[in-house]
Design a binder for this molecule. Structure first.
Ligand code: AMP
Ligand code: MG
Length: 520
């Protein structure tokens, strides 16, 4: 275990890539550089809200270090420890299908790259610690509400087995931040907060796109070579061949991430190319949400309400589109569009399809994917309002060996009484009969296998909102409780059973529970 001063930094990104030579910190276009050196903004009264013991452990930090006053100062951005060299990176991106030009770390400041005792590289990044040259017209800050959501969801996703950036800490700044949550003229002051995110790297598709659109192919090559050497060292020396292999791996990792999202019912909400990690990590927790009633077309993001570009069922297609933009970005280095297209098909489309089929079979405890069974299930789940998480979990409790199947466990999953109707009941029983024919394991094995992939607990939208409401009143115990409970999402944990129940009716249309926006 280490103190903060004993952390070992090896800041490769800034040591290997060109820095913005303009020392003017105002918001502007940054050319010929991958990053700008910038200091986090100092704040008046940092207060630790929570930290993740698992991420602290990854960094070799003991509990007493995380609970110290110094920790709050360091991870709010007030104080640097030896080896930290703060910087914000330059990237661009397609937002909602349109090229948006330079975006960049507008409110994220990287503190440096730690090499832990296991020799893993872990970049520390503060989110909400003030303006950078990439802040455009915004303030570079973040509010408690969105920081709680980012902190809890990063950790919940990790424990669900979904590739994700992690969160070390959440610290209140003691300052207030003005926000108009729904962009409707209702501004209010909210508590400012900073999350320290942790990942091997935070490189996004947009980091490559920006240089290609500016026709700065030298810088593009430099960044691609750096990324391969640092994040994909097993691919060997950069060459055209290596670039194609690298693109295959990104396709594959992205496909695997999306399969996980579809498995647990996670809707990212803003799958812009600047929010896509080159490592296939879920990144940038903004207006994300969890499916409660299973609705293929659902998105929690009110900013996307008209076109629903990023709805649950569209995520696999959007990932493909985003990867195609990455392919365009690296085209100048490979000059072979057929090769890139073939990789997209083979390593994204096929990997996704195979992964999805395997995952859906596992969710039902089956050895084999059955097209008709799954497609009928998708219809069934949308015939009456049905909680996705509870349905799969309770399906494991239905005794499938009986000729007259008792569907009582499933009644916990329905949001309305329509499930009692004759039509739905006939549809359900027909589906169960088909399902029963495909089961090859005994009931105990089926249940064990299903419960290993179908979580009992997810970060239901209203649960984070309740934790936020309490935190805004100074009570952080609900955040702690959720963090604790979401550590073992596949376990029964009977003491927490109320957290596994359906969303209460009041939460159905409540802001923050079912409706979110990009304002954070
Ligand atoms: P997002 O929609 O959160 O992925 O953000 C898109 C871009 O806007 C990124 O470049 C962010 O860094 C930037 N951004 C978002 N919120 C802020 C903020 N409050 N201050 C400065 N930049 C921001
Ligand atoms: Mg973003």
């Amino acid at each position: 275990m280490k103190t903060l001063h004993e952390l070992h930094f090896d800041n490769r990104f800034i040591n290997h890539l060109p820095e913005d030579t303009n020392k003017d910190k105002t918001c502007r276009q940054v050319f010929n550089a991958c990053y700008s050196s910038v200091l986090p903004q100092k704040v008046s009264r940092p207060q630790l809200v929570c930290y993740s013991p698992e991420v602290a452990q990854l960094l070799d930090l003991a509990a007493h270090v995380c609970e110290s006053e110094e920790f709050a100062h360091v991870f709010v951005g007030n104080q640097l420890v030896n080896g930290m060299q703060p910087y914000a990176t330059c990237y661009g991106g397609h937002q909602f299908g349109q090229w948006a030009g330079q975006l960049g770390d507008g409110r994220a400041i990287n503190l440096g790259e730690v090499i832990n005792s296991e020799k893993q590289r872990l970049t520390l990044q503060l989110k909400g610690s003030g303006k950078t040259p990439y802040s455009r017209t915004s303030d570079g800050l973040a509010v408690l509400r969105s920081s709680v959501r980012e902190f809890l969801c990063s950790e919940a996703m990790h424990h669900l087995g979904v590739p994700t950036t992690r969160a070390l800490s959440l610290v209140l700044t003691g300052e207030s931040v003005l926000r108009d949550m729904f962009y409707d003229g209702n501004q209010r002051y909210e508590a400012g907060a900073v999350v320290c995110r942790v990942a091997q790297s935070f490189t996004r598709f947009g980091h490559f796109q920006i240089h290609t659109t500016r026709n700065d192919i030298t810088l593009l090559k430099q960044l691609v070579d750096y990324t391969i050497q640092t994040d994909f060292p097993h691919l060997g020396k950069p060459s055209v061949e290596t670039y194609l292999q690298w693109f295959s791996e990104v396709c594959q990792k992205t496909a695997e991430m999306i399969v996980h999202w579809q498995r647990v019912g996670f809707v990212h909400g803003v799958m812009n190319t600047d929010n896509m990690s080159i490592l296939g990590l879920t990144i940038d927790y903004g207006p994300y949400g969890w499916l409660e009633d299973f609705n293929y077309h659902w998105t929690p993001n009110t900013t996307d309400a008209d076109h629903r570009r990023y709805h649950f069922g569209n995520q696999p297609r959007v990932a493909f589109w985003n990867l195609a933009q990455l392919a365009n970005a690296i085209f100048p280095l490979v000059q072979d569009s057929k090769a890139l297209q073939d990789i997209l098909e083979k390593h994204y489309t096929n990997t996704f399809q195979r992964g999805y089929e395997k995952m859906m079979a596992q969710k039902l405890g089956l050895e084999q994917f059955d097209d008709a069974l799954i497609s009928d299930l998708m219809t069934l789940l949308q015939t009456v309002e049905t909680d996705m998480t509870i349905f799969y979990r309770q399906l494991a409790n239905v005794d499938m060996t009986q000729t007259d199947i008792d569907t009582k466990p499933l009644t916990h999953a329905y949001y309305d009484k329509a499930y009692q109707g004759e039509n739905y009941q006939n549809q359900l029983h027909a589906w169960l009969k088909h399902y029963a024919c495909l089961i090859v394991t005994d009931e105990l094995e089926r249940k064990t296998k299903m419960n290993a992939v179908n979580p009992n607990y997810v970060l239901r939208n209203y649960l984070s909102q309740q934790a936020i409401d309490a935190a805004e009143e100074g009570d952080f115990s609900e955040i702690e409780r959720l963090l604790n409970l979401l550590r073992k999402p596949y376990d029964e944990q009977p003491e927490f059973s109320k957290y596994a129940q359906k969303r209460p009716e009041w939460a159905k249309m409540k802001a923050g529970c079912s409706m979110l926006s990009c304002s954070s």
